[in-house]
Design a protein around this ligand. Structure first.
Ligand code: COA
Length: 374
């Protein structure tokens, strides 16, 4: 059996940002338009008026201060309220593939490897731009990687589930290495007209190169153990299934075709599930709270992460022990914990132990115990 290791990570960050102030201004303009257009029905008590959103609420409820997006013009236009993503021809690279290729190239460069060293591409994301051919195969083609590729979706847990799949294949010897990529165009499945959730998501792509540890050409993180768990719930749901580019018909405008959640239930139900999952995973690997030098958590909500950090470490996390990136990126679904890992792991020392954990729709939770090797 081979030892699997994370040898490189990469992050593609879109050029455009939306601050909370810009977001709230656009939402409130949309709400005013809606209320004016529906004044009669509102007056008659047939429909409820749309209340304004607030920057203070967003920061307090989530810890999010801004988000990166692929197109802000459509999102911030009160008459549009969704990204305007140009329909690409079948001969052009898809948007997700383009984002993932950038992140993958950075991961390969960090590991000192080329496409020739990769046997597998897993595109693990919460929404896929099309059903088939697999986006992963397109990414494989664009990077000129031999071997094979496939897509998988476990919503916010896609990256850690992908890392477990890659690590298992490396351990068994069927592959030498895998690129796990997470292109997340969350802006296209977020309902920007829903005040309860319009602030939640941002766009990004991450890539993780997993190799046989013996092939690492520099410092790396040995994967000590991976663990995945799921438990069916309707509390986070999107009935559309594909990335939405426009609203060509009434169907695409149905509320259930976009991200929906029962946020309070999610908060209450997911926290104990994740805390128990991590506790059991650590115990089964003889990892004590005091052994953990860093925890890279899914980035959905600051209070949620603070709670999990306290449970896992058994005390208030020191600054830097449990890095948050959601103030800058918002919730980027599966990519969140990998952005935190990519940006806040290079300072760990030989032998230091850390934990990557993501969780979300499904419900699903995936954890990866890693140990730094110089
Ligand atoms: N601006 C101002 N007020 C707002 C608002 C906004 N944008 N959105 C909601 N409110 C109001 C609500 O109407 C409610 O008012 P009420 O008390 O008069 O009814 C109040 O603020 C509280 O709303 P609520 O939705 O209960 O807030 P919350 O404190 O539960 O925070 C979430 C909302 C979504 C941030 C929080 O529940 C959460 O993080 N849940 C988990 C989310 C998650 O991880 N999801 C995974 C996604 S992949």
């Amino acid at each position: 059996m081979y030892q699997a290791a994370i040898t490189g990570t990469g992050v593609f960050t879109p050029k455009q940002t939306i601050t909370n102030a810009e977001l709230v201004e656009a939402f409130n303009a949309y709400a005013d338009l809606y209320n004016a257009e529906n004044a009669e029905a509102i007056e008659a008590g047939k429909i409820a008026p749309k209340p304004h959103s607030s920057e203070e609420f967003i920061v307090k409820a989530s810890g999010i201060e801004q988000r990166y997006v692929m197109d802000k013009s459509g999102i911030l236009d009160p008459n549009i309220m969704h990204p305007l993503l140009r329909q690409r021809s079948d001969e052009e690279p898809s948007l997700m593939a383009e984002m993932a290729v950038d992140a993958a190239q950075k991961a390969l460069a960090q590991a000192g490897k080329t496409a020739a060293d990769v046997d597998l591409v897993i595109c693990a994301a919460s929404n896929l731009e099309r059903a088939y051919p697999a986006v992963a195969i397109e990414i494989q083609d664009l990077l000129e990687i031999k071997g094979f590729a496939f897509d998988m979706n476990v919503a916010c847990s896609s990256a850690t589930f992908g890392i477990q799949a890659a690590a298992d294949m490396i351990r068994s010897g069927s592959i030498r290495s895998a690129l796990v990529v997470n292109p997340e165009i969350c802006s296209a499945h977020l309902e920007w007209r829903d005040r309860d959730c319009h602030f939640i998501f941002g766009d990004v792509a991450t890539a993780t190169l997993v190799e046989r540890a013996e092939d690492a050409s520099g410092p790396c993180f040995d994967i000590i153990s991976t663990r995945c768990a799921t438990d069916y719930s309707n509390n986070i749901r999107n009935n559309n299934g594909f990335l939405r580019r426009s609203r060509p018909d009434g169907l695409a405008d149905r509320r259930d075709m976009q991200f929906m959640q029962n946020g309070r239930k999610v908060f209450k139900e997911v926290l104990p599930m994740v805390a128990e999952h991590i506790g059991n995973h650590m115990a089964d690997n003889d990892v004590q709270s005091s052994d953990l030098k860093r925890v890279w958590l899914h980035q959905a909500n600051k209070s949620m992460n603070d709670f999990i950090g306290r449970k896992v470490l058994g005390r208030e996390p020191e600054p830097g022990e449990q890095p948050n990136i959601l103030q800058d990126y918002a919730n980027t679904s599966s990519a969140g914990s990998i952005i935190a890992f990519a940006k806040h792991s290079s300072d760990l020392e030989d032998g230091d132990t850390g934990l990557i954990c993501s969780f979300g729709a499904g419900y699903s939770v995936g954890s990866v115990l890693v140990r730094k090797r110089d």
